[in-house]
Design a protein around this ligand. Structure first.
Ligand SMILES: Cc1cc2nc3c(=O)[nH]c(=O)nc-3n(C[C@H](O)[C@H](O)[C@H](O)COP(=O)(O)OP(=O)(O)OC[C@H]3O[C@@H](n4cnc5c(N)ncnc54)[C@H](O)[C@@H]3O)c2cc1C
Length: 420
C-alpha cells in the first residue's frame, strides 16, 4: 500500500476560540449550536462520546476536509487522531484494542465527524467488515485486522457489487475455486471504494464448487491488496470525497486457505451481519451532513439581512428549515433505534433499512434548503455546502438503493408479494 500524503492542520491557519472554530477566511463555523439535545439518544455515555468526537473532529472542520479533498490527499491526521482516541474501534472488542462498544457508538463517531464537516465514507466500510470478522473470522484474522482497524493502522475495502449482477447478489460471477494450497479468485467488481488506500479487500465471490446453475453459493475472502493478479482502475465519480471509487479486477488471484472468512458457501448469510450496520453507518454520514447544513443555514438566516429583518424572520425561509429539522430528527431517532436493536441482538433489518432511507431523503431536503437559504452563496464552495451534495445523494443509491429498501419494507413489513 502506498503511503498517503498528509495535510497539516497548521498549514490551514485554523485558530480556535471558546469552542468556535474560525476558519482561515474568517467565516464563523459553530459546532452543535442547535443539535445539542439528548432527544434522539438519551444514553449518558453517548452524550460524552458525542462531545469528545465533536471536539476532536471540530478542531479539523469543514475547511480542512475540503482542502484535503481538493488536493487529492487523505485526512491522515484526523484518521490517526480518531484511531488513537479509540473512536475508530468504538464497535470493536476491547480484546482487539477496540472500545468494546457497539454500532450505537460507531454511529455517533460517524454522525459527529460528518456534522463537523468531515464525512468519512471509510467509516462506513469499517462498519461492514469489522462485525463480519468479529463473528466469523479466525483468531489470526481477528488479531491482525480488528486490531489494525481499531487503532487506524489497517483498512479493508469491501467488494460485492459487480457490473452485471447489480443489486442482485445471487448473480455475482466473480468466482473462487478451491485448490490444494488455497483459493484462486477470478472476476471483476465495480464501485470498490478506497481499495487504493486499503491494506486488503473483503471480496464476495461465487464458490465454484458449491454453487448450482440456479443459485450461487458465496464465499468471503480477505485479499491483501498487494496480491499478484489484483488490480484496479478509477471510476470518475461526482463525489467530492477523499475516498475514491474503482473497478477492481481479480486475475488468477491466489490466496491461502486462511484468507477464507468463516465457512465456504455461507458468504451471503455471513455478509448480512455487516449489511445492517452498513445501512445505519450510511445513515450516520447523511444525518451528520444534514446537521452541518442546518447549523449553517440557521446561523446564516439569523445573520443575513437584506430587508428590514434577518431573512430567518421570513416564514418562507424559516418554515422549510423547520420542516427539514423535523425530518432530520426523525431520521436520527430511527438510526439510534436501529443501532440499539442491532446491539441488543434483535432483528434490525426493518429499522436499519428505514434509517438509511429516512437519512438519505431528509438530508437531501435539509442540504438543498440550506443551500437555498444561502442564496448564491449556497453554490460557493467557500460555504462548504454544495460539495456535500453527491456524498449525501450517494446514499439514495448505495449501499442499497431506495427501491430495494422499499421492496424489503413492502415484502417483510407489509407482507406484500415479492415482485422480482
Ligand atoms: C460512490 C459509490 C460508492 C460505492 N462503494 C461501494 C463499495 O465500496 N463496495 C461495493 O461493493 N459497492 C459499492 N457501491 C455500489 C453500490 O452498492 C451499488 O451501486 C448499489 O447497490 C446499486 O447497485 P447498481 O449500481 O448495480 O444498480 P442496479 O442494481 O443496476 O439498479 C439500478 C436501478 O434499478 C433499481 N432496481 C433494481 N432492481 C430493482 C427491483 N427489483 N425493484 C425496483 N427497483 C429495482 C435500483 O433501485 C436502481 O434504481 C458504491 C456505489 C457508489 C455510487
Amino acid at each position: 500500500m502506498h503511503c498517503p500524503r498528509v495535510v497539516h492542520r497548521d498549514d490551514l491557519s485554523i485558530s480556535r476560540n471558546c469552542g468556535l472554530t474560525i476558519s482561515r477566511n474568517g467565516e464563523l463555523a459553530l459546532q452543535n449550536r442547535i443539535f445539542q439535545d439528548s432527544f434522539t439518544d438519551s444514553e449518558a455515555h453517548h452524550a460524552e462520546l458525542k462531545d469528545a468526537v465533536a471536539r476532536l473532529a471540530g478542531k479539523y472542520g469543514r475547511k480542512y476536509f475540503q482542502e484535503v479533498v481538493a488536493k487529492g490527499l487523505q485526512p491522515v491526521e484526523l484518521w490517526a487522531e480518531l484511531g488513537s482516541a479509540g473512536f475508530l474501534g468504538a464497535h470493536i472488542s476491547e480484546r482487539y484494542g477496540g472500545a468494546g462498544g457497539g454500532l450505537s457508538d460507531l454511529y455517533i463517531v460517524i454522525e459527529e465527524t460528518a456534522a463537523q464537516g468531515c464525512p468519512m465514507l471509510s467509516l462506513v466500510i469499517s462498519s461492514i467488515c469489522a462485525p463480519i470478522i468479529e463473528r466469523y473470522g479466525s483468531d489470526d484474522m481477528k488479531e491482525e485486522w480488528l486490531t489494525g482497524m481499531a487503532n487506524g493502522s489497517k483498512r479493508i475495502a469491501f467488494a460485492i457489487t459487480e457490473p452485471d449482477a447489480g443489486s442482485n447478489t445471487h448473480k455475482v460471477t466473480t468466482t473462487a475455486r478451491e485448490e490444494p494450497d488455497g483459493w484462486v479468485i477470478n472476476g471483476s467488481k465495480y464501485w470498490t471504494s478506497a481499495i487504493d488506500e486499503s491494506d486488503a479487500v473483503m471480496v464476495v465471490a461465487r464458490d465454484g464448487e458449491r454453487s448450482t446453475a440456479e443459485r450461487s453459493a458465496l464465499s468471503l475472502f480477505i485479499v491483501r491488496t498487494d496480491t499478484p493478479g489484483l488490480s484496479w482502475q478509477p471510476i470518475e465519480a461526482a463525489l467530492q470525497s477523499n475516498d475514491k471509487q474503482f473497478m477492481s479486477f481479480y486475475d488468477e488471484v491466489r490466496v491461502p486457505h486462511e484468507a477464507l472468512v468463516g465457512e465456504p458457501g455461507l458468504g451471503l448469510q455471513q455478509v448480512f451481519v455487516g449489511l445492517n450496520p452498513e445501512r445505519v453507518a450510511a445513515a450516520g454520514i447523511n444525518n451528520g451532513i444534514a446537521r452541518f447544513a442546518l447549523e449553517k443555514a440557521s446561523q446564516y438566516a439569523l445573520d443575513r439581512q437584506v430587508w428590514k429583518s434577518p431573512i430567518g424572520a421570513h416564514q418562507g425561509v424559516a418554515h422549510p428549515l423547520a420542516e427539514a429539522y423535523v425530518g432530520v430528527q426523525s431520521a436520527r431517532l430511527m438510526a439510534a433505534k436501529a443501532a440499539q436493536l442491532f446491539d441488543s441482538g434483535e432483528d434490525a433489518a426493518e429499522s436499519a433499512n428505514m434509517a438509511k432511507f429516512l437519512a438519505a431523503e431528509t438530508s437531501l431536503v435539509a442540504l438543498d434548503q440550506a443551500m437555498q437559504v444561502h442564496g448564491g452563496n449556497g453554490l460557493a464552495l467557500e460555504y462548504g455546502l454544495a460539495d456535500l451534495w453527491f456524498i449525501a445523494r450517494l446514499h439514495k443509491t448505495a449501499p442499497v438503493s431506495r427501491e430495494m429498501v422499499l421492496n424489503h419494507i413492502a415484502q417483510h413489513s407489509l407482507q406484500l408479494p415479492k415482485s422480482y
